[in-house]
Structures are given as structure tokens and as C-alpha cells.
Design a protein around this ligand. Structure first.
Ligand code: SAM
Ligand code: SF4
Length: 332
């Protein structure tokens, strides 16, 4: 089957798979205040359907998948999907993005099939966590991270969305967290999605974050990945001279986008292929999957999505004008 190369020569090797639009948190930056109408069970792809799609994608050069959502760990029997994906030839890496509320409980099975974990955490303050997520679960999240470290994960990425005036006073606390823990903290610039009340003033650009951090810590740039999404740095504490076990990085999707080296596609929980997180374009796989289409027809849907992928995402204001989905429905 053909490889997934777009009009600009970008080869797609990475598929982010959302397995649910449901979540046990209600993060303000990810979903609207009012309760959402969740998709019905029959509207979202079954595990068998997801595994079939992943097998077709692997045949087209997808080497890495990441399971996300919504919160993937709230979907029943997620272990069954992870085990099924493990058996697909060509899929070299399986990652999971989670809010870690249920991580400690599910870790024994996750450890067997998931190569790397991305965990979201935006604050170390319990009252602020409740305001940001509308749930009181910070102790579970912190326990989940420690349990994952104890289970031997050494490549955990800890993602924090930085919102000016909300949690930007904790940048150095996050850097300090890496002093003894071998985790990669990654600060994410706040992005606009439908219903998340984004505004310019709350979006703190990478350079402003780095200026704050560099007052207390010396940062040394690390080499980029082949398809980098973050700028990563080794850390040394200026006052103690201590070199940190972990690293810090910034995902500057708004101020310095990484579109030119983007290698990602997304599959939503209801079976749409999205070539770009910030574009309303989507290509349906569910209808062909459920009407007996062969693998070649499914592959054509991937080719159509890649063929239509925009060169880059528009700036924030243009993006605001075309928002059609909330983040939790796309799958972050
Ligand atoms: N529930 C899981 C979690 O929170 O890790 C996975 C899904 S969540 C949608 C995936 C990632 O998207 C999280 O790291 C979250 O912080 C990020 N995210 C959600 N809304 C965002 C926004 N408006 N700007 C930047 N990142 C956002
Ligand atoms: Fe749930 Fe993750 Fe969205 Fe927060 S960011 S509401 S944890 S899906």
C-alpha cells in the first residue's frame, strides 16, 4: 500500500487514536462549561474496528500510535485494545496520553503493552486543580505519576497547559519537580478550541515562559527529534548548581508552530481521520468500515486525508473563526 506522503513531502508515521469523548475530569481549556452530549456507544468505533484501521495504517507506514481521548482509561476494558494493537506488525511504538486519575489502578496491564506515557498535570495546588478540572483528583494524579515511575517508566512526558493568570506562577515549581524525577515536563501554549474561551492575553508564548524559568534555572538546548513538537532543555539550578534528573520543554503550537515537520494524523472516537488538529477537515472511516469496505477502500480514506492536509495551520484569529469542535471530541 502507498505511503502517507502529502503535497508538501511530509511523511506520516504517527497516528493519534481517540477511543472516547468521555472523561472523568472537566478541564476548562478542553471542554465547555455546560454538560456535553456524549456519543452513544454505537457511534464510536469498537475495538475490533480500531484495530482493523490501525492495521491498515501500519501497512501505509504508520509506525507509532498514541491512545488518547477524552480520557482513554475510562473506556471499559481498554487493555483489550492495547493488547490487540501490540500484535500489529509494523507498529513499533504504542503510547498513551492520560490524566492519570485511574493510572495507578490500571498500571499492571498498561505496563505490559504501552511503551510510553504522556500524563497531563497543570497545577500542584489542590484548590486550583479543582477550578481547572472541576474535580478533586490531584492526589490520585500525583500517586499515578509516582506509581508509573516505580513501575519503571523512564520516558514519561508531563504535559502542562500554561494559561496566563491561571497557572503561569507555577512554571518554576514544574521545573523543580524534575530535579529528582526522570520526567520530561512539557509546557503547552494554550490553544483555541470551540467552547474553551481562549483569548490572546491568556496565551503565554514560549519565549515569555523561558524568560521566567531562566531566572532560576540554566537551560541547555537538547537535540531535536526527527519530527520535533517541543523544544527541550536540560536543566541546572542556578543557586545550587544541581543538574536535574529530568528535562523541560515547550510545545509552542501557537507562537512557533511545527507544521513543516508534522508527521501526525488523528482518528476521532467516531471514526473520522483528521489531517490537522486545527483544521475542520475530516474524512469518514466509520461508514465504509460498517458497510463491508475492503482494506484498499479504507486506505483510500487515509490517502484522501493526507492529500488534503493544509501546509500549516492558520493564526489564532483565523482559527477562532473556523472552530467546529471542542478538543475533547477531537482527541488531543
Ligand atoms: N485525557 C487525557 C489527558 O488529559 O491527558 C488525554 C486527552 S487530552 C484532550 C490530551 C492533551 O490535550 C492534554 O495534555 C491536554 O492538556 C491537551 N489540551 C487540551 N486542551 C488544550 C488546549 N486548549 N490547549 C493546549 N492543550 C490542550
Ligand atoms: Fe479530560 Fe484530558 Fe480534556 Fe482534561 S484535557 S477534560 S482530562 S480529555
Amino acid at each position: 500500500m502507498s505511503e502517507l506522503i502529502d503535497r508538501y513531502g511530509r511523511r506520516h508515521t504517527y497516528l493519534r487514536i481517540s477511543v472516547t469523548d468521555r472523561c472523568n475530569l472537566r478541564c476548562t481549556y478542553c471542554m465547555p462549561q455546560e454538560e456535553m452530549a456524549w456519543k452513544r456507544r454505537e457511534e464510536i468505533l469498537s475495538y475490533e474496528e480500531i484495530i482493523r484501521v490501525a492495521r491498515v495504517a501500519a501497512g501505509m507506514g504508520i509506525e507509532k500510535v498514541r491512545i488518547t481521548g477524552g480520557e482513554p482509561l475510562v473506556r471499559t476494558d481498554i487493555e483489550r485494545l492495547l493488547t490487540g494493537l501490540r500484535s500489529i506488525p509494523g507498529l513499533r511504538t504504542i503510547g498513551l496520553t492520560t490524566n492519570a486519575v485511574l493510572l495507578k489502578r490500571k498500571l499492571p496491564v498498561i505496563r505490559e503493552s504501552v511503551d510510553n506515557l504522556n500524563i497531563s498535570l497543570d497545577t500542584f495546588h489542590r484548590h486550583r486543580f479543582i477550578e481547572l478540572t472541576r474535580r478533586d483528583a490531584l492526589p490520585d494524579v500525583l500517586d499515578g505519576i509516582e506509581a508509573a515511575l516505580d513501575a519503571g517508566y523512564r520516558n514519561i512526558k508531563l504535559n502542562a497547559v500554561v494559561i496566563r493568570g491561571v497557572n503561569d506562577d507555577e512554571l518554576c515549581d514544574f521545573v523543580q519537580y524534575t530535579a529528582s524525577r526522570p520526567v520530561a515536563v512539557r509546557f503547552i501554549e494554550f490553544m483555541p478550541f470551540a467552547g474553551n474561551s481562549w483569548n490572546d492575553a491568556q496565551c503565554m508564548p514560549m519565549n515569555d515562559m523561558l524568560n521566567v524559568i531562566e531566572r532560576d534555572f540554566e537551560l541547555t538546548r537538547l537535540p531535536d527529534d526527527p519530527s520535533p513538537i517541543s523544544r527541550d532543555f536540560a536543566v541546572m539550578n542556578r543557586s545550587t548548581g544541581l543538574r536535574h534528573a529530568g528535562t523541560v520543554g515547550v510545545i509552542a503550537s501557537m507562537s512557533q508552530p511545527f507544521c513543516s515537520s508534522c508527521s501526525r494524523l488523528r482518528l476521532t472516537a467516531e471514526g473520522k481521520v483528521m489531517p490537522c488538529l486545527h483544521s475542520p477537515l475530516e474524512f469518514d472511516l466509520r461508514a465504509p468500515l460498517r458497510s463491508g469496505a475492503d482494506d484498499a477502500a479504507l486506505a483510500r480514506v487515509f490517502m484522501d486525508a493526507v492529500g488534503a492536509k493544509p501546509k500549516e495551520h492558520p493564526d489564532a484569529h483565523e482559527m477562532l473563526g473556523q472552530l467546529n469542535r471542542v478538543m475533547i471530541q477531537i482527541g488531543g
